[in-house]
Design a protein around this ligand. Structure first.
Ligand SMILES: [Zn+2]
Length: 170
């Protein structure tokens, strides 16, 4: 941070403390050249991601809400909470990189399903059903069949019984 007095580029931080209700960090700095003291504020660059919902309304992307949904889908599947946090971070990172900052809830659902498919087939089916991708039992059966085809054609080695065990709980 360039000194406002002598334009020297190096300064040392004397003190850092949260400011603006925790939304920024206030730093007291001292110029390494002239010892002039000044204050800087550091903020997170915030680019909101807007989610277009099925009913046409919009809301801000909420990572904790998404995580809650994924945690629910992964109950008793052995998928770790920390793993789900990573997946949410990956999804959010992907959304941040997109130039288009609006995304439909359906697209987010697809991103989550693509991730969950690799983690647990039970979680995949649960999330899909909760997410409203299924209109009825027919969609549900079709999704299971599709998943079965994909699992058979991939190297995924899930125990064959886990789907049956998991499905009894919902
Ligand atoms: Zn200076």
């Amino acid at each position: 941070m360039q000194c406002i007095h002598c334009q020297y580029k190096e300064s040392r931080v004397l003190e850092s403390r949260p400011a603006e209700a925790g939304e920024s960090i206030r730093r007291r700095r001292e110029c390494l050249n002239c010892k002039h003291r000044f204050t800087t504020y550091e903020r997170i660059e915030f680019i909101p991601i807007i989610v277009l919902k099925k009913d046409g309304s919009k809301e801000l992307f909420d990572r904790s809400k998404l995580l809650r949904g994924m945690v629910r889908a992964c109950e008793k599947t052995g998928v770790f909470h920390s793993r789900l946090e990573r997946l949410v971070e990956e999804i959010e990172g992907y959304l941040q990189q997109k130039t288009e900052k609006e995304i439909t809830s359906k697209e987010i659902g697809k991103l989550v399903l693509a991730q969950l498919k690799k983690e647990s087939e039970v979680a995949y089916v649960r999330f899909a059903s909760v997410y409203g991708q299924f209109q009825g039992i027919k969609d549900f059966v079709e999704a299971l069949e599709q998943l079965q085809i994909e699992l058979e054609s991939s190297d995924c080695q899930y125990p064959a019984t886990s789907l049956l065990e998991g499905s009894s709980s919902f």
